[in-house]
Ligand binder design. Structure first.
Ligand code: MD3
Ligand code: FE
Length: 220
């Protein structure tokens, strides 16, 4: 497998230039992260967003941070408030900041200060089709993702949609960092198979930390 050609060790695998997998990086903090997700989703519930084309996303989502990612008939964007309640998104917990900055620094991106955390919840049958994350205002910043709960097959290609796809199983506690030349990589999650995890039951959760807003152009 291509990824193994670049393996530095069991816990740190270079998937591509600028793209790192840190196996088990968040394992010791997983319980606290899941408690924080429960608190966030009590205030801003998981919901199935509608795509601009009118399809219901199979992944349920919520956000914390200054900005949250939303999709509806009007398009994809970051906004300061939960459209369901009209309230600001829940604050990003300090341990989220710490984890994201530590992982980014380990991948060679010091000073990462995410202002948005999209929280995805996958049930068996959920999938995320191949896409780029391009709604952020600062592509200089990396994206950090944390996998929790049941395992999933992560798909990633190249900088063009038609590039060859590779796959890797993401486990509970795994952290990925995508920055620099890997920032615009096409990626997705294959249809989730049914499984059971002691901490999350039938679900998989994924946190993605982003720098959504440019400091000079705050949200209104
Ligand atoms: C590569 N989430 O929320 S995480 C997403 O597991 C998203 O829920 C997936 O794709 C999930 O947008 C994949 C891995 C990931 C996240 C962001 C990336 C890989 C990325 C951004 C650029 C390149
Ligand atoms: Fe993505």
């Amino acid at each position: 497998m291509t990824a193994d050609l670049f393996a530095a060790d069991r816990h740190r695998i270079a998937l591509d230039p600028g793209a790192w997998l840190f196996g088990g990086f968040a394992l010791d903090r997983a319980g606290e992260l899941l408690d924080a997700i429960a608190a966030i989703s009590a205030a801003a519930p998981f919901r199935h967003l509608e795509t601009p084309g009118g399809r219901r996303m199979s992944v349920a989502m919520t956000n914390c941070g200054t900005a949250g990612w939303v999709s509806d008939r009007g398009g994809y964007r970051y906004g300061p408030r939960d459209p369901l309640s009209g309230d600001p998104w829940p604050a990003m917990p300090p341990q989220f900041h710490v984890l994201a900055a530590e992982a980014a620094e380990s991948a060679g991106f010091p000073g990462f200060a995410p202002d948005a955390c999209l929280i995805n919840r996958y049930a068996p049958g959920s999938r995320l089709t191949l896409h780029q994350d391009r709604d952020e205002a600062m592509f200089e910043a990396p994206i950090v993702s944390v996998s929790l709960g049941i395992s999933a097959t992560f798909l990633w290609g190249g900088q063009a949609r038609g590039d060859r796809l590779r796959r890797h199983t993401l486990h509970h506690g795994d952290v990925l960092v995508w920055g620099g030349p890997a920032r615009m990589t096409f990626h997705g999650i294959d249809t989730l198979a049914a499984d059971d995890h002691p901490l999350t039951g039938a679900f998989r959760f994924n946190l993605t930390f982003r720098r959504a807003l440019h400091p000079a152009a705050p949200l209104r």
